[in-house]
Structures are given as structure tokens and as C-alpha cells.
Design a protein around this ligand. Structure first.
Ligand SMILES: [Zn+2]
Length: 517
């Protein structure tokens, strides 16, 4: 039922987009191309997906607001000379993976893990210029259109919440952004972004050669690392020797056409990145703690975390991760204390509210749990938080709200989705039993027999069948008690009516009206 609903919704979305489709000139390349998604839609998709996409990638880095301002200033300088006026925004994410991404509509992010590998401001400009082109030349929108045309259905996006035993999923509606930023662009889009990004760099006065050294560095990094690390590294922008060569040609072209005192901005960059670089050991300790926790070496993980905290006591993620570990060990009160500390430092990251809400729920603090889980869902709607909100609503006697939450989670699939679907059916079965049984009637040697099939995956302990008919102009009705019916099984019940071939039977109606599990 839910899968069909989701398909229908996607189909409707597709239809509404197709209705708006037409031909448009690409603002960057000047080429005419078929466009399913209008610029206005791109901008609104980018705006809607920016927050959940940031949240699913670690949230914003708060440790050094000056660094964020600086990255924004460099981005703004490039955006001002780009070919498409979009509402560009630039943020730094609290993520150790060397990556950057752009959503349609000019919403761009760069990880702190990439910032610390850059040498100078021109290399930063090369990264941001490249991302600006992805947005400006509609690369994300095009891959979205491809996905719409090819499959038309959303793929589930799993996120790693370190404090949970079960798979967690971003809920419908917030998934699109995560898909867009993890989809690999085609080689053509990468080359186009490099080429025009370098033009923007040059227009803003940056040495376009920085795009060569940047690409060389990525090729080197990708060769020297294990493949699991590579999965994270530039998952969407695969580095290549071909890109190095092309960038060399483009830089030579630009420099031969234009003599200028090209800017690298080495000293400025090194001073702006100084604080973050001085905390490299602290973040390394966090990454080690994460690996250790995955291998279930908890005491070593705590030791690494305490080391991280001593090196950078202002980093909320360290306390949050400790909270996750404590939650896993069922030390809920201690977990709450760590999440409190994390939220004091950063009250805009969903994982802290999710962890604290789950801990409060385990402690029986229902109203605090509800408040935290709702805040978590505002930042990034997840299946875990929604499922727990369903339980809390049910415990408070609000069946209708509980059903709504369970129905939402059921759409997200996975183990949690299955469990939510069962919780939903458990409630709805009592509210609307008729929906869950196929009932048919047959006549066997003059006896009317009702055949009742339990279509759910739950066993029924007992129930009541209500039946009525008009026989030879006389209304008749009655009820029969039903015994146990296993999941997916059927039973036959004689209702005690006798009918012969001469009888005229009209308006026969059988319904299961009451069920206990
Ligand atoms: Zn790219």
C-alpha cells in the first residue's frame, strides 16, 4: 500500500515537472538543451535540501567562525563573476572526508577535511569555482532529470548514526539532497566544471594554475589510499590524470591571452586555516575512536575521545560521540550529560537531539524525549526519531498521532520500516478491521459458509464476523465469533443459514468488525 502511494506521488511529481519542461539555453555553456526542471524549481529544491544535506554530512563546523566567513568571502568573489546569478551560499562542514559538493540553485559545502589539504587561497577558489559550475551549468539538475526518467523512484539513503543498533534512514522528502551530493557526475560534467571554474578563478584574479596542483594532489591521494577511504574521497568528483592534463591546457590558454599578476594567496590561506590545522590531532583522535567503536573496542575508543576533548574542548562532536557510546552501553543518564554538553556548544546538529531524545525515552522522561526527537526531525527527519515518536504518542494514549508516525516510518523501508508497519497494522486492525480481511461466502450442501482470510502478517487471537443479507425480501443478520487465524491464513465458518436454489438472496454483506491480537 505504502510503496504504491510513494510510486503514485513520484509519478505525479514527474508529470508536473514534465508539464513545465522545455528547451533552455545553458547559462554557462551557451548551448541549447532540454530542461525538465526550471531554474525556479532548481533554486527551491536547493533551498529545501540544503539543511538536511548538511546535517547528513556532519553538520556545520562551528569551531572557527572566522574560517567560515573567509570561505564564504572567497566563494562570493567567484559567484560574482560566474555566468548564472543564483542565490549562492557556502558552508564548512564538520566532516573529515576531503570532499565538497553543490546542490542545484547554488548551495555549496566544503568539508573541513578538504580545507586542511589545500595549500593556498587559489586552490580553495579552484574547488569552489568547480562547485559553482556544477550548480550554474545545471549538472545536479540534469542528473536529477536522468534519475527521474530512468527510475522515477527515490532510493533509500542510509546514514550512519553511531549510537544506534539498527539501520537509520533519512525520511522521504529529505532524501533527494543526499542522493544528489553522493551521485557521481559524468566525466563530461567534471571537465566542464574544471574548465569554466578556471575561467571564474581567472576573472576573480586567482592563478588558474592552482587547479592543476589541486587535481594532481587528488590523483596522488586517490592512488595512495585504500578503496574504502576512496569511497568517501570525492565520491561525486572522481579525480583523474586526464583532468590534470586538461587543466594544464586551460591554464596555458588563459595565461597566454592575459598577462596579470596572478594571485595565489598562500600566506592568507595558511593563517586562516591555522586554527583548524592546529586541531588536526584532535580530529584524528575522533576518527580513530570511531574506527575503534565500530570494532567494539570501547575502552580504547573512550581513551581516544578523552584525548580529543583535551586537545579541543570546544568541539561539540567529541561529547556527542561519547554520548552515543554511552547510549549504546545503556548508560542513559551519563549519555544525557554528554549530549547536554554537546548541545551547549552547538544546538544545530540533529544527532545530539536524536541521542538525547532516545536516552530520555529510555529513562522514561517522555516529554523531554518528545521535545528532543521533534527537534532532531526538524533538522533531519530520520526513521529512528519518527519511530520513537510513534511509541511515545502511543504511550500517551494518542493512537491517531502514533499511527501517523508509524505510517511515515513504514515508507522508509528496512528493519525499522517493517517494525513500524507492524505497529501501524496492530493499531489500525482494531480501528478498521474490515480492511485487513478478505471475506467471501459459499453455499455447501445448503449451508452458508463464510471464508475469512487474514491478509496481515500478524496472528489473530479472536474476532467477530458480522453478516447480513436480504433473503426472499426478508432482511436477516447476525454475528459469529471467530477463533484464531494465523498470519496470511484463512478459516471457514458456518453461519447457520440454510439456503436452497429456490431462494432469492440479495445484498449479502460479510465484515470482520472486531479483532483481538
Ligand atoms: Zn565535480
Amino acid at each position: 500500500m505504502n510503496a504504491q502511494l510513494a510510486k503514485l506521488r513520484t509519478a505525479l511529481l514527474l508529470v508536473s515537472w514534465l508539464a513545465l519542461a522545455g528547451c533552455a539555453t545553458n547559462p554557462v555553456t551557451g548551448k541549447r538543451e532540454f530542461a525538465l526542471v526550471s531554474q525556479g524549481e532548481e533554486i527551491s529544491i536547493g533551498q529545501q535540501q540544503y539543511m538536511p544535506a548538511q546535517q547528513s554530512q556532519g553538520g556545520q563546523y562551528q569551531g572557527d567562525p572566522e574560517l567560515t566567513n573567509y570561505v564564504q568571502a572567497v566563494g562570493d568573489r567567484l559567484a560574482a563573476v560566474s555566468d548564472t546569478p543564483l542565490p549562492y551560499e557556502f558552508v564548512v562542514l564538520n566532516n573529515s572526508t576531503p570532499n565538497a559538493w553543490a546542490l542545484p540553485g547554488g548551495k555549496i559545502a566544503i568539508n573541513r577535511g578538504l580545507l586542511v589539504t589545500l595549500e593556498n587561497e587559489a586552490e580553495l577558489a579552484a574547488v569552489l569555482g568547480h562547485e559553482i559550475v556544477h550548480a550554474a551549468a545545471r549538472h545536479g539538475a540534469k542528473s536529477m532529470e536522468r534519475a527521474m526518467l530512468l527510475q522515477g523512484a527515490a532510493v533509500l539513503t542510509a546514514i550512519g548514526v553511531s549510537g544506534s543498533d539498527y539501520g537509520n534512514y533519512i525520511m522521504e522528502g529529505a532524501q533527494l539532497g543526499s542522493q544528489l551530493i553522493t551521485t557521481q557526475y559524468g566525466r563530461g560534467a567534471e571537465l566542464e566544471s574544471d574548465y569554466y571554474g578556471m575561467q571564474y578563478m581567472a576573472r576573480a584574479g586567482y592563478d588558474p594554475a592552482a587547479a592543476i596542483s589541486l587535481q594532481e594532489k587528488f590523483v596522488q591521494l586517490s592512488q595512495g589510499r585504500s578503496s574504502s577511504w576512496l569511497d568517501g574521497l570525492f565520491a561525486s568528483h572522481p579525480p583523474s590524470q586526464q583532468r590534470v592534463e586538461k587543466n594544464r591546457e586551460t591554464a596555458a590558454q588563459i595565461k597566454s591571452a592575459q598577462a596579470q599578476d596572478w594571485k595565489l594567496g598562500q600566506a592568507t590561506y595558511q593563517s586562516k586555516i591555522g586554527y583548524l590545522k592546529s586541531k588536526t590531532d584532535a580530529y584524528q583522535a575522533l576518527d580513530q575512536a570511531t574506527t575503534l567503536a565500530r570494532k567494539n573496542e570501547l575502552s580504547a575508543a573512550y581513551t581516544r575521545l578523552d584525548r580529543a576533548i583535551s586537545l579541543e574542548p570546544r568541539e561539540s562532536r567529541f561529547y556527542g560521540f561519547k554520548g552515543n557510546l554511552l547510549f549504546n552501553e545503556k548508560k542513559y543518564q551519563d549519555a544525557v550529560a554528554e549530549f547536554d554538553r554537546a548541545i551547549q556548544l552547538d544546538n544545530g546538529y540533529y544527532e545530539f537531539f536524536l541521542g538525547r531524545g532516545m536516552s530520555h525515552s529510555a529513562l522514561g522522561n517522555q516529554s523531554q524525549a518528545k521535545q528532543d526527537l521533534m527537534r532532531s526531525n526538524q533538522l533531519l527527519p530520520t526513521a529512528i526519531a519518527t519511530h520513537e515518536l510513534g511509541h511515545l504518542s502511543l504511550a500517551a494514549g494518542d493512537r491517531a498521532t502514533a499511527k501517523r508516525y508509524y505510517a511515515d516510518v513504514a515508507q522508509s523501508g528496512g528493519n525499522l520500516g517493517q517494525s513500524a508497519a507492524n505497529s501501524y497494522i496492530r493499531l489500525d486492525l482494531s480501528d478498521n478491521p474490515a480492511r485487513y480481511f478478505n471475506v467471501s461466502a459459499e453455499v455447501n450442501q445448503g449451508q452458508v459458509i463464510a471464508r475469512i482470510v487474514n491478509r496481515t502478517s500478524l496472528a489473530i487471537r479472536s474476532g467477530v464476523l458480522s453478516y447480513s443479507a436480504v433473503i426472499n425480501g426478508q432482511p436477516r443478520q447476525g454475528q459469529a465469533r471467530l477463533g484464531a487465524i494465523s498470519a496470511g491464513q484463512g478459516i471457514r465458518v458456518s453461519i447457520g443459514w440454510r439456503i436452497s436454489d429456490a431462494d432469492f438472496v440479495d445484498r449479502l454483506n460479510f465484515q470482520v468488525i472486531d479483532v483481538s491480537l
